[in-house]
Design a protein around this ligand. Structure first.
Ligand code: SF4
Length: 275
């Protein structure tokens, strides 16, 4: 059960930013904060841009005028690929009520800006009607999935929708002709590796490509990760500690899993990218 969530409605001056991520021109974050509160999340650095003193995952600021602001901003920008989102989940549960993401999508559609969505939530299915109006290849939906094990999901992503719901949503969107992808990240030492092939088998016919990234220890996420590992996987603690703090060890582990994924994808003639 999630502790009390603090929801604030805020006005923003600007909602679309230039992206520094290769391949993405702009980013839009309809919310500041994220109620999924993933243990490993390093978007927690966003706390410093808010007045909140509480833990990451316990608050969200809703950019209530975001769609109107975007409407004005889009008329002054050259067209480019927009990421929804980089430091929040655009389909966290509050989106059900506020519909900021939906209104933003409608503005992007009107101005013919292509969009790449990344979420952990099946709520994205609500917007299929909008997604299907984008030109082919001008809209894609990605789901973050790094295990098939709901216990592991529950330990690391305590307030995010189940893996099962994400995979069901992926299949529905793919069947509807929307480009889909999986962000296989973060790779959790030992835990992701153990269930890698069943996970790849499960998604392979329902995605256009996979993007893979390692676990990055930054922005103060280690304290919460260490607590989870100590409590739930005590025998793995020394491995995680070594893996997360020795660059050499981490590179070696990432190299191994990268090779496994690469081999699998080559065998299946399937596109994969590594961060
Ligand atoms: S869903 Fe993404 S942004 Fe939200 S807490 Fe999890 S990792 Fe962070």
């Amino acid at each position: 059960m999630q502790n009390r969530l603090i929801i604030s409605e805020v006005s923003c001056q600007s909602i679309i930013n230039r992206s520094r991520i290769p391949g993405l021109d702009y980013t839009i974050n309809p919310y500041t904060g994220c109620q999924h509160g993933c243990i490993y999340c390093y978007a927690r650095f966003m706390i410093k841009y808010t007045h909140h003193q509480t833990e990451w995952g316990s608050f969200i600021d809703v950019k209530i005028n975001g769609p109107e602001v975007l409407k004005k901003q889009l008329t002054k920008l050259s067209r480019g690929l927009v990421s929804l989102s980089t430091v929040t989940d655009p389909y966290q549960a509050s989106e059900n009520r506020y519909q900021i993401t939906r209104k933003i999508l409608i503005e992007l559609l009107k101005h013919r800006f292509p969009v790449s969505i990344l979420t952990k939530s099946n709520l994205v299915l609500r917007d299929i009607d909008v997604l299907k109006q984008f030109d082919q290849n001008a809209c894609e939906v990605g789901f973050s999935i790094n295990t098939l094990d709901e216990n592991i999901r529950n330990h690391f992503e305590p307030h995010a929708p189940s893996i099962q719901k994400r995979i069901e949503s992926l299949k529905i969107l793919h069947k509807e002709g929307i480009k889909t992808w999986v962000f296989l990240a973060p790779i959790l030492p030992v835990l992701t590796t153990n269930s890698l092939n069943p996970l790849l088998d499960e998604i392979k016919n329902n995605v256009d490509y996979v993007l893979v990234d390692r676990l990055n220890i930054k922005c103060g996420n280690w304290n919460r990760i260490a607590k989870v590992i100590t409590k739930e996987y005590p025998s793995l603690f020394p491995i995680w500690q070594k893996n997360c703090f020795s660059k050499e060890k981490q590179n070696a582990c990432y190299h191994d899993i990268r090779k496994k994924i690469d081999d699998y994808c080559r065998r299946n003639n399937w596109r994969v990218q590594f961060c």
